[in-house]
Ligand binder design. Structure first.
Ligand SMILES: Nc1nc2c(ncn2[C@@H]2O[C@H](COP(=O)(O)OP(=O)(O)OP(=O)(O)O)[C@@H](O)[C@H]2O)c(=O)[nH]1
Length: 566
């Protein structure tokens, strides 16, 4: 408690104030007590004089000195030093009572001044015309009779007061000391102890500065408040200077930012122009390549697409509504739309890149266009956000492929297509462990049809035979025209017996053909050679064997089927 210089200063000041206060309050108390006592004494004298006024008047009138003396003796108890005198109408003393000599008392009174140590009460006894009865006798008094004068010393009152001063002083001092200590205690608890903590913190803070401001201070006997004021002033001025430098830095940075911003805006404009030109170029490329771009969210809803796709497909089909990718792209008509939705959902769940050939979109004219759908997952910061990809028009490609793989006259597969089909069929046979069969067919005496009825009729016959062959086989089998009037039928999953049955049915079917351009009597027949294809066999080998049996059929009179009967 009361640590630090400030506390000591405070204790000193409060004790000084308490001392002065003690003295002042004691003086006031003493003076007040003195005045009260003197007033009481004066009142006492007055009361005595008033109570003895009548008998004293009568005694003076009758010059009864004994009674006068007795009455005046009453004043003896008032003070050690007093003088009471009764005077007649001439002003002569009728009787004087004093515990000190009259001369002495008068001398003291003159030396010290009446009011300082004595007071005098004088009362004229004026009866006017009065009647009094004393001892059964009626006394008539006329006119002025006399006076009474009492002078009382106040020395004894002073002595008593001075005797009490020490006690009053001590009592006042103790009171003031208790109150002062209590105030000091409160100040210390509420202010000083907290202020000490703040000052200690400020001193530590000051020490950690590059230059300790407290070391520069020149105050003599500084207390905690001085330290506090000094450090806070120092902090304040530093804050102001920092604030100014900060403002300058902020202004500099703002200016730099404005410059950078302008540069950025210019760069943005350039970038925008560049992007615009790139976009135009991209559109051009898209149009040239017949490729459109698309982008979906994680649910397959289209969120952006190439303008060409938007104009030609989406708006025409569904207005401005959000479309799913599966609503724009579909499988060829024969396949189920819902199943394609499932296929796409499976792909989106896998989050793998994909390519789907053989899909379609419907253009603004309602025509179906064959397309290839490519897609890649969009991964941004490791998170899957949907797919983007391309739609490529492959209708021309498909047409070219058809031309490359088909016979122009009959629409049947050509030699190239037969080779592809043979490869696939053989792989399937190996996988599922079944056998394939192959037939070589050749129209009989076809040259004579051309020669007798013309080449166009010959073409009609070839088309009719092609149709007939296609009708005889299953969808998975392949009918090809590999020469002028030479056909090949590749049959999947068949035994020799089955193949023979099929060949005979073909013979029968061709025999029953009646093309309108050919006279009815001119029959069409076909010679067939057939064989089962070994699993590792090449097309040329199997075809050679079938051709050999075909040659056999020709030799055996045509319109027949030959095979290896062993
Ligand atoms: N109309 C027409 N004739 C064709 C076509 N390709 C080949 N030819 C003819 O088909 C005939 C084949 O005759 P050949 O090879 O002698 O056979 P063939 O007359 O059928 O006699 P065989 O095979 O021995 O029964 C030829 O006259 C060819 O010109 C074609 O695309 N259209």
């Amino acid at each position: 408690m009361f640590q630090g210089r400030l506390s000591k200063k405070l204790v000193f000041c409060i004790m000084l104030i308490s001392g002065v206060f003690t003295l002042l309050s004691t003086s006031y108390t003493v003076y007040h007590d003195y005045r009260n006592r003197i007033s009481a004494l004066e009142q006492q004298v007055k009361d005595i004089v008033d109570s003895y006024e009548q008998p004293l008047g009568v005694a003076i009138y009758k010059s009864q000195t004994l009674i006068v003396t007795l009455i005046l003796e009453t004043f003896r108890g008032l003070s050690d030093e007093y003088l009471a005198a009764a005077k007649d109408s001439d002003g002569k003393n009728v009787m004087t009572v004093a515990n000190i000599e009259q001369d002495e008392i008068m001398g003291k009174m003159n030396a010290l001044g009446t009011r300082n140590n004595y007071f005098t009460y004088k009362k004229e006894i004026d009866f006017g015309l009065s009647k009094y009865v004393t001892n059964g006798e009626v006394v008539v008094i006329e006119g002025y009779v006399g006076s009474i004068e009492v002078t009382v010393s106040t020395e004894h009152v002073k002595r008593e007061i001075i005797g009490n001063i020490k006690t009053i002083l001590v009592a006042q001092f103790i009171k003031t000391l208790i109150v002062s200590l209590f105030i000091l205690f409160l100040i210390d608890k509420l202010i000083l102890s907290r202020q000490i903590r703040i000052v200690n913190w400020l001193r530590e803070f000051s020490k950690n500065q590059s230059i300790d401001p407290l070391q520069l201070r020149k105050t003599i006997h500084p207390d905690e408040l001085d330290d506090m004021t000094y450090v806070i002033n120092d902090m304040g001025s530093k804050i102001v200077s920092h604030q100014k430098s900060l403002e300058n830095t902020v202004n500099d940075r703002t200016r730099e930012l404005v410059v950078k911003n302008t540069e950025l805006e210019n760069a943005q404009k350039e970038l925008h122009l560049m992007l615009h030109s790139k976009s135009l170029a991209l559109n051009h490329i898209e149009e040239t390549l017949s490729t459109a771009l698309w982008e979906t969210d994680i649910f397959g809803n289209i969120i952006s697409m190439s303008e060409s796709l938007d104009k030609n497909v989406l708006r025409t089909d569904s207005g401005t509504n959000v479309l799913r990718l599966s609503e724009v792209v579909s499988l060829p008509r024969s396949k189920n739309k819902d199943s394609f939705d499932k296929v796409l959902k499976g792909i989106f769940d896998s989050r793998e890149p994909f390519t789907i050939h053989d899909t379609e979109i419907k253009n603004s004219f309602g025509n179906r266009i064959s397309i290839r759908l490519d897609g890649r997952p969009k991964i941004i910061d490791g998170a899957f956000t949907g797919y983007n990809g391309t739609i490529t028009d492959i209708s021309s490609e498909k047409k070219l492929r058809m031309l490359a793989y088909s016979d122009g006259l009959t629409g049947l597969a050509n030699r190239l297509a037969l080779e592809h089909h043979f490869e696939k069929t053989q792989q399937r046979a190996k996988r599922l462990n079944f056998s394939n069969g192959i037939m070589a067919l050749d129209l009989d005496f076809f040259k004579s049809i051309n020669d007798n009825y013309g080449h166009a009729v010959g073409d009609d016959v070839l088309k009719a035979v092609a149709l007939s062959l296609s009708d005889c086989v299953r969808e998975e089998d392949c009918v090809a025209r590999i020469g002028g009037e030479e056909f090949v039928v590749l049959v999947q999953g068949v035994t020799l017996e089955g193949l023979i049955t099929l060949a005979e049915r073909i013979n029968e079917s061709v025999r029953s053909l009646r093309p309108s351009s050919l006279p009815i009597e001119r029959k069409i027949t076909v010679s067939i050679g057939l064989t089962i294809v070994a699993l590792n066999e090449q097309l040329s080998d199997a075809l050679k064997r079938a051709d050999d049996f075909l040659y056999m059929s020709k030799k055996n009179g045509r319109d027949t089927v030959s095979y290896d009967s062993k």
